[in-house]
Design a protein around this ligand. Structure first.
Ligand SMILES: Nc1ncnc2c1ncn2[C@@H]1O[C@H](COP(=O)(O)OP(=O)(O)OP(=O)(O)O)[C@@H](O)[C@H]1O
Length: 552
C-alpha cells in the first residue's frame, strides 16, 4: 500500500519527539545565525547611506563593531545549529537502525526467507543514511524559515506595512509554492530511484554468490549485460532527479530576483507617494534581497525530499510489517514429551505442502523421515521449530500447542540443523561456541569429537583459532556439515532436528557421527531427515514423508 507523503512525514517527525530540546536549540541558533547574516548586508546598506550623507544613524566605531559582532556571531551560531542538527540526526539514525534490527528479528525467518538480501541491505544502509538529510537538513530549516519569514516581514513592515505584506507573500512563494511545485514534478522519481538501487544491490549480491555457476555455464555476458542495463536505469533515474534539482535551483534563483526587483519597484512607488524615504527604498530592497536564505533552503528541499521520503517509506514499511509468526513472550515452558501433529495443513502462499497430516514422534527415540525431494520434510521440521504456524490443525509437544509455548523456551528446547551451515567471519571455535557462549574450550572440543571434525580442526594452521575468513571457500561441504553438527552437540538441546546431516559425508565420518547420535538418543528426542539408508538404519522408527502435497 502506497502511503501519503503527509503520513510518512508525520511518522518520521514522531521520532524526533524525545530530542525536542535539541531541536529548539538548533532552530534558535539557526534563526539567530541567519539574522546576523542579513544584518551584515543591512548594516552595509546603512554604511553606504552614511558615507553618502543620506542618513547618519550611528557612529563609525559602532558600525564596525556591529559588523564584527554579526560576522563572528554568524559563524559561531551556524556551527551551533549544525552541531545540534547533527546530534539529533545521528542519535536518530542509531535509534532507527536499532528499530530496524528489532523488526528483522521479529520478521525472521518466515518473512525474510524469500526476500532479496541486497534490497534489505540497501534499506539498512543507504536508506537509513539518507534519513540523515531529513533529520539534519530538513526539519530545522523548515522551522527556521518560518521563524525568519515572520520576523523579517515584521522588520520590513516597520518601513511600511505594505512592504511587510509583500515580503511575507514573497517568502511564501519561495518557501511553500516552489517546493510543492518542484516535489510534484518529480513525485515518483525518488521512489523509483530507491527501488532500483535496492533491486540492483540484490542482483549484484546474487551474482557474486553465484559466480562459480556463472563461470561454469558461461552466463557471464548475460549477467554483465543485465548489470549494465540496471546500472544505466539507476543512473537515469538519479540523473533525472539531478536535472530536476538543477531546474529547481534555476527557477528558485529567477523567482527570488524577480521578487526582489518587484520589491524595488514597489519601494520606488511608495517613495514617489512620499510614504517612505530614499533610505527606506534601499533598506527595503536590500533587506528582502538578503533574507531569502532560509526559504531558499526549503525550495531546494522540493527535490531531495522525494528521495528522503522514499527512503523513509521503505524503512517504515519494514518497521510496520506484520510478522507471520507472532513471538509468544508469556506462554508456558516446554515439556520433554512426545510430539504430535494433528490434521495439519500448511501452504507457502498457494503451494499446499502438508495436507491433513497426522503423525506422532515419540520422545527419547530417534525418528527417521525419508521421502521424495520436495515432499515437505524440511517444512515439517520448520513447523516443529515454529518458524511458520500451521494453517489448520495443531503441532503439539506433550499437551501443549507450540503456539502456546514461550518462543524462547521452545528455541532453547530445540536444536535445528539445516541443510546449509552458515559460517560467520570468526574463528572456528567461536563459530561453534556461539550456540552456548559460556561453554569451555574442552566442551567445544568434545562436541567436535562427536561431530568427527576435531582432527581436521587440529590440522589447520592455527587449530581452533583459525579464522574461517582465512580459509575462504575452501571448507568442503562435509566439513561445514560437521561444524553444523558440532554446534548441535554443543547446544545439547532435548529435541534435535537434523535435516540431511550426513548427505556430504564419507562412510567413515558418517559412522562416527551416527555412533555419537546413538549414544545421545536415550536422553534426547531426535528427528532425522535423510535420503541415505545407511543413516536411517540407526533410527528406532522410520516414516515415509507422504504429506499429500498439492501444486497450486
Ligand atoms: N519459504 C518458502 N516459500 C515458498 N516455498 C517454499 C519455501 N520453502 C520451501 N518451499 C517449497 O516447499 C516445497 C517443500 O520443500 P521442503 O524443503 O520442505 O522439501 P523437502 O522434502 O525437504 O525436499 P528435499 O528432500 O529436496 O530437501 C518445495 O517445493 C519448496 O520449493
Amino acid at each position: 500500500m502506497k502511503r501519503s507523503r503527509v503520513s510518512i512525514l508525520y511518522a518520521m517527525l514522531g521520532l524526533v519527539r524525545p530530542l525536542w530540546l535539541w531541536m529548539v536549540c538548533a532552530v534558535g541558533l539557526g534563526a539567530l545565525g541567519f539574522f546576523c547574516s542579513i544584518m551584515i548586508t543591512v548594516f552595509g546598506a546603512l554604511g553606504i547611506l552614511k558615507a553618502l550623507g543620506a542618513a547618519d544613524p550611528f557612529s563609525w566605531p559602532f558600525f564596525f563593531g556591529m559588523l564584527a559582532v554579526f560576522g563572528i556571531g554568524r559563524g559561531v551560531l551556524r556551527y551551533g545549529e549544525q552541531a545540534s542538527n547533527h546530534y539529533i540526526a545521528f542519535k536518530l539514525l542509531a535509534l532507527i537502525r536499532d528499530r530496524v534490527f528489532t523488526a528483522l528479528r521479529r520478521l525472521c525467518p518466515a518473512k525474510l526467507e524469500g526476500r532479496g538480501k541486497g534490497d534489505l541491505i540497501s534499506r539498512l544502509t543507504s536508506d537509513v543514511e539518507l534519513l540523515e538529510v531529513f533529520y539534519a537538513h530538513t526539519i530545522s530549516p523548515i522551522l527556521i524559515a518560518l521563524v525568519m519569514s515572520i520576523l523579517m516581514s515584521l522588520l520590513i513592515a516597520g518601513l511600511h506595512p505594505l512592504l511587510g505584506v509583500y515580503a511575507l507573500v514573497s517568502y511564501s512563494i519561495v518557501g511553500i509554492v516552489l517546493p510543492l511545485l518542484l516535489s510534484r514534478r518529480c513525485s515518483d522519481l525518488g521512489m523509483q530511484s530507491r527501488q532500483r538501487a535496492g533491486a540492483f544491490s540484490s542482483y549484484l549480491l546474487e551474482s557474486l554468490r553465484g559466480l562459480t555457476q556463472t563461470l561454469q555455464y558461461a552466463d557471464g555476458e548475460a549477467r554483465l549485460a543485465s548489470i549494465r542495463h540496471q546500472s544505466e536505469a539507476l543512473s537515469k533515474s538519479e540523473g533525472e532527479l539531478r536535472i530536476q534539482s538543477g531546474k529547481g535551483s534555476a527557477l528558485t534563483g529567477t523567482v527570488i530576483h524577480t521578487l526582489s526587483l518587484l520589491m524595488l519597484g514597489l519601494c520606488c512607488l511608495l517613495h514617489q507617494q512620499g510614504m517612505i524615504s530614499s533610505a527606506g527604498v534601499l533598506l527595503g530592497f536590500v533587506t528582502l534581497l538578503s533574507s531569502f536564505g532560509p526559504v531558499t533552503a526549503l525550495a531546494n528541499l522540493g527535490v531531495t525530499l522525494q528521495n528522503t521520503l522514499a527512503s523513509g517509506e521503505r524503512i517504515l514499511e519494514l518497521l510496520e510489517e506484520e510478522p507471520l509468526v507472532e513471538e509468544n513472550r508469556e506462554g508456558c515452558e516446554v515439556s520433554d514429551e512426545d510430539l504430535e501433529l494433528t490434521q495439519v495443513s500448511f501452504a507457502y502462499e498457494e503451494e499446499q505442502i502438508l495436507n491433513d497430516v497426522s503423525l506422532q514422534i515419540r520422545s527419547h527415540q530417534m525418528t527417521g523421515i525419508h521421502g521424495p525431494s520436495g515432499s515437505g520434510k524440511s517444512t515439517l521440521l520448520k513447523l516443529l521449530m515454529r518458524f511458520w504456524d500451521v494453517d489448520a490443525g495443531s503441532v503439539r509437544i506433550g499437551n501443549d500447542d507450540v503456539r502456546d509455548l514461550r518462543t524462547t523456551a521452545l528455541r532453547a528446547h530445540e536444536s535445528y540443523m539445516t541443510q546449509d551451515t552458515h559460517l560467520f567471519h570468526d574463528t572456528i571455535e567461536n563459530n561453534i561456541r556461539f550456540v552456548r557462549p559460556q561453554a569451555t574450550h574442552e566442551e567445544v572440543v568434545e562436541a567436535c569429537r562427536k561431530a568427527s571434525i576435531h582432527d581436521f580442526i587440529l590440522s589447520l594452521p592455527q587449530g581452533y583459532a583459525t579464522n574461517v575468513a582465512e580459509l575462504g571457500d575452501s571448507l568442503s561441504g562435509g566439513e561445514r556439515q560437521r561444524i553444523g553438527l558440532a554446534r548441535v552437540f554443543l547446544y545439547d538441546a532435548k529435541l534435535v532436528l537434523l535435516d540431511e546431516p550426513t548427505s556430504n559425508l564419507d562412510s567413515l565420518n558418517e559412522a562416527v557421527i551416527l555412533k555419537a547420535l546413538d549414544e545421545e538418543k536415550q536422553e534426547k528426542t531426535i528427528v532425522l531427515v535423510s535420503h541415505r539408508p545407511s543413516t536411517l538404519r540407526i533410527c528406532d522408527v522410520c516414516m515415509e514423508a507422504d504429506f499429500g502435497r498439492k501444486r497450486g
